[in-house]
Design a protein around this ligand. Structure first.
Ligand code: AVJ
Length: 350
């Protein structure tokens, strides 16, 4: 939708709380096509983006409170203790957040960045409208000087408006980058680099490679919340796509893949089932014992990641981590590309 940057500009100017980046009706067709693509593949997969309907967003929020799920607590404590240090490097600027959810951890940054300024612009981006609305009520209550304009859509829907938001810091927390496979990661950084002006910042939260027992426990909490979160995918398919999956015959499986250094989360079918996709009038068969991959969560090594980011046009300005080095926040600065620099010096030479 090419008019989005214009609609967004208007929404910001008029103090609108939420702007939709996609048209109504688009979501269901996108969901149906994505599911059909994944179930046609071998081995089968389902895209993790659709885990986050209203119920999925609620369940994920519950996951973050489970004792085994360490990333949220550690990341929040790094943010709580080191937001000042981040602001000292970046100076005051607009905050844009990809996959903001309920914006809980971000409140540490909002507190720091709203200090001493008359207004702070905050642009959270999330596929869940209900999460954005809840984030708005909490943020506007706690930080009256924050100007909140949520973008209800996929991350990429925000990219075309980044140019109008400088100076800014884009925030991408929770190691959500770990949910992207290699191709998606490359596409993501190329796209961000293409839209983010040089001199703007990017704050990236990444979960680090660690002991397999700690990792597997984090995705197999004793209370079974992660299992509910996984099974909610099937529930959502039943409700929105008329899939007719017997959810009592599917299980949550989460295991560490040491070769690819990632957690792999699957729906395990304990019996053979037919999965219907009503909007497309398609049926897929899943065998007894089959695993359908619904999410990967890659874990990172800082040195390797920093080198990769440099190739995409980002300089690592600061690495913030906890004592155990279980999680890290990387403060990146978008640096001018060789091409851009050459073009600019050619201009000034004239
Ligand atoms: C979306 C990256 C925050 O991969 O750790 C947590 C999602 N899935 N438990 C992650 C998730 C199951 C989570 N993030």
């Amino acid at each position: 939708m090419s008019d989005f940057p214009k609609r967004f500009r208007k929404a910001v100017a008029s103090g609108q709380v939420l702007v939709k980046a996609r048209q109504a009706g688009d979501n269901l067709a996108t969901f149906a096509r994505s599911v059909a693509a994944g179930l046609s593949d071998e081995p089968k997969w389902l895209h993790c983006r659709f885990l986050y309907d209203a119920q999925g967003s609620r369940l994920f929020e519950l996951i973050t409170h489970q004792p085994e799920y360490y990333p949220t607590q550690i990341e929040a404590s790094i943010l709580a203790s080191r937001s000042e240090e981040i602001r000292e490097i970046t100076g005051p600027r607009t905050l844009v957040e990809l996959g903001s959810g309920y914006s809980v951890k971000t409140e540490h940054l909002l507190a720091t960045y709203s200090r001493g300024v008359s207004a702070l612009r905050y642009i959270p981006v999330d596929v869940s409208e209900s999460a954005l609305l809840e984030a708005h009520s909490s943020v506007s209550l706690n930080f009256p000087q924050v100007e909140f304009t949520g973008i209800n859509g996929a991350y990429a829907s925000a990219f075309p408006v980044l140019r109008q938001l400088s100076p800014q810091m884009v925030i991408f927390l929770g190691s959500t980058i770990g949910n992207f496979n290699e191709a998606e990661t490359t596409a993501f950084w190329q796209s961000v680099a293409g839209h983010l002006p040089a001199g703007d910042f990017f704050l990236l939260g990444v979960d680090l490679v660690k002991d397999v027992d700690v990792l597997e426990a984090a995705y197999n909490d004793a209370a079974g919340i992660t299992a509910q979160f996984t099974k909610n995918y099937a529930t959502r398919m039943n409700r929105e796509l008329g899939s007719q999956i017997d959810v009592s015959k599917v299980e949550h499986v989460a295991i560490w893949n040491p070769d690819l250094e990632r957690m792999e989360i699957s729906l395990h079918f304990s019996t053979a089932q037919h999965i219907y996709i009503e909007p497309l009038n398609l049926t897929f068969k899943v065998d007894s014992g089959e695993h359908v991959l619904i999410e990967i969560s890659r874990k990172f090594r800082i040195s390797k990641l920093a080198a990769e980011l440099r190739r995409f046009g980002f300089d690592v300005r600061r690495i913030l981590t906890d004592k155990k080095e279980w999680f890290a926040l990387l403060l990146l600065e978008r640096i001018a590309d060789a091409v851009t620099t050459r073009a600019l010096s050619a201009l000034t030479a004239k």
